[in-house]
Design a binder for this molecule. Structure first.
Ligand SMILES: Nc1ncnc2c1ncn2[C@@H]1O[C@H](COP(=O)(O)OP(=O)(O)O)[C@@H](O)[C@H]1O
Ligand SMILES: O=P(O)(O)OC[C@H]1O[C@](O)(COP(=O)(O)O)[C@@H](O)[C@@H]1O
Length: 282
């Protein structure tokens, strides 16, 4: 702080939670459409990168520049996430309009912070539209919006252990302590809930049961996008098999494989890690 800092190397990746979900889905052979708002030179960069990976995109083009989120990898990881672009009422309305194509078999993943210009009710308006089309939704957003969305029965939610504590105003000293709160996410409305705990593994709450996946051991290269990868793994597998435990296993494999990769995990590495994931009922 307060000094000139020079990087030894740098990379540029198309990012943001929903984009990460689409990139992992494409690697596990699950088709998706990446959508949201894109604008300016940064928006062009993201679109080009996604198209190079054969990911279908359907973004609302905005006049402001898409934000840049800076991830600093040193002895410790630090993140500086942009506040997000200015989005006009017309651009907001165009986005909601796009949801008219949704069918009951679709699953919409709502992920990441919404810029202030979209207003406080943005995600709740989006959820109302998704529900009116008969589609399912998954939500990965911090705070109050996640809590309010539970009444609309999201297919799955995946707060990490810290976010779960913040939702219910508690702190956890052990995995056992957070189990009742995982079940509370279901009684509050979620169909399934996963709690990710980085290097301490993950929990699944499904049909009144609790499942635990011990963390796979390996060298952590990048924890950015591990949570998004976990959601993609769950959704991609659930869309095929409708088996929540299998979906959880795939989620953990994708999250772990990304944590052990420089960018998001490759298909081959996800497959390799999947062989090491063990899920047991607790
Ligand atoms: N250091 C790690 N070692 C092993 N697995 C990890 C590690 N970090 C993340 N993972 C895997 O990825 C999942 C999601 O990571 P996590 O950091 O908890 O999510 P988020 O990025 O949303 O906070 C974890 O539940 C775990 O399965
Ligand atoms: O929208 P937010 O909350 O600022 O989060 C955006 C950030 O989340 C990420 O998608 C990473 O998320 P996770 O580490 O939770 O998987 C980054 O690519 C991005 O910079």
């Amino acid at each position: 702080m307060g000094e000139v800092n020079r990087m030894t190397s740098d990379d540029k990746f198309p990012g943001g939670k929903g984009i990460n979900v689409s990139r992992i889905l494409s690697r596990i052979d699950s088709s998706s459409t990446a959508f949201g708002f894109l604008g300016g030179f940064t928006g062009e960069f993201i679109k080009t990168k996604l198209e190079a990976e054969q990911i279908v995109t359907d973004f609302v083009t905005i006049t402001s520049d898409t934000r840049i989120n800076v991830k600093i990898k040193s002895d410790i990881e630090s993140e500086i996430n942009g506040a997000g672009p200015e989005i006009t009422d017309a651009e907001r309305a165009a986005f909601i309009d796009k949801l008219s194509v949704l069918k009951p078999s679709d699953i919409v993943v709502l992920a990441g912070s919404a810029p202030a210009s979209l207003g406080q009710n943005f995600y709740l308006d989006v959820i109302e539209k998704i529900k009116s089309q008969g589609a399912e939704f998954v939500i990965d957003i911090e705070g109050d919006v996640l809590v309010k969305s539970l009444a609309n029965k999201p297919l799955v939610v995946k707060p990490n252990n810290h976010e779960l504590g913040a939702i219910y105003g508690v702190t956890f000293d052990s995995v056992e302590e957070l189990i009742p709160y995982g079940h509370k996410l279901l009684t509050d409305g979620a169909q399934y809930a996963m709690i990710s705990m980085a290097g301490d593994g993950a929990l699944l709450f499904a049909d009144g049961k609790t499942y635990f996946a011990k963390a796979v051991k390996g060298v952590v290269k990048n924890s950015v996008g591990a949570g998004d990868s976990m959601i993609a793994g769950f959704v991609g597998e659930f869309a095929k098999s409708h088996d929540a435990v299998k979906a959880f296993k795939q989620g953990v494999a994708c999250g772990t494989a990304t944590a052990f990769s420089d960018d998001l995990a490759s298909a081959a590495f996800i497959e390799e890690i999947a062989k090491q994931v063990v899920v047991e009922e607790r």
